[in-house]
Design a protein around this ligand. Structure first.
Ligand code: HEC
Length: 193
């Protein structure tokens, strides 16, 4: 009997600690989000958007918070499973000594993170153009907020914490496409003006 209640207690403690570890009620970082982010990483690698074989692009000085100092941008259509969606990949070179010149000579030395937005299937997140968000380290693992991986609808909701996430900040980008750089146009999007 004693052992039984001890077991129950232990199980409750585990469940509680698990829920504490995840970002309260978050719409991102679930097992499905992680799986999708991993698949996306391998498709991006195969398309030479990320990884050791990544196509070199034209590094430029960005310097806007919260992203990196020296940046490279790639955008195109990308097929993942049976979804064909637009993707914007931003490589952020933030390590000490990163300049346009040094990065051009040795990208892997200065690469600090890769931020990605990928348009998923209809119905994924209809209020937000079905964008899937992720922030990867150079080897393809995900950055975390606390212990919650930054992948999925980061961070859907209106609490103070959530409004620091990708989604909320990008919703203020002009044109209603969640994309800041005006030269990047989302195919099929109606730009009123
Ligand atoms: C506080 C505002 C803010 C937050 C939070 C933010 N971004 Fe951005 N993001 C920007 C700005 C401003 C730019 C354009 C300038 C630059 O590149 O730094 C940008 C550019 C980008 C781009 C290039 C496409 C574009 O919009 O022009 C991608 C991709 C991107 N961010 C992904 C992410 C991801 C993924 C996250 C979350 C992990 C995130 N961003 C969080 C402000 C933000």
């Amino acid at each position: 009997m004693k052992l039984f209640s001890k077991t129950i207690f232990l199980m409750m403690a585990i469940v509680l600690s698990m829920s504490n570890n995840s970002y309260a009620g978050s719409a991102f970082g679930s097992a499905e989000d992680i799986l999708f982010a991993n698949k996306l990483w391998s498709v991006m690698s195969a398309n030479k958007l990320v990884g050791k074989q990544a196509k070199p692009l034209k590094p430029f000085f960005g310097g806007a918070k919260p992203h990196g100092m020296i940046l490279e941008l790639a955008y195109q259509n990308l097929i993942l499973g049976n979804n064909s969606g637009f993707i914007v990949v931003k490589r952020n070179y933030d390590k000490d000594g990163a300049t346009v010149e040094s990065v051009s000579k040795n990208r892997l030395k200065y690469l600090s993170s890769i931020t990605v937005m990928y348009q998923r299937e209809t119905g994924y997140d209809p209020e937000n153009l079905n964008w899937f968000w992720a922030k990867y380290t150079p080897d393809g693992t995900l950055f975390t907020k606390g212990t919650t991986p930054l992948a999925g609808k980061v961070a859907k909701g209106k609490s103070r914490e959530e409004t620091k996430g990708c989604l909320f900040c990008h919703s203020s980008a002009g044109g209603g496409d969640y994309i800041f750089y005006p030269q990047i146009k989302l195919p099929g999007h109606k730009y009123g003006r």
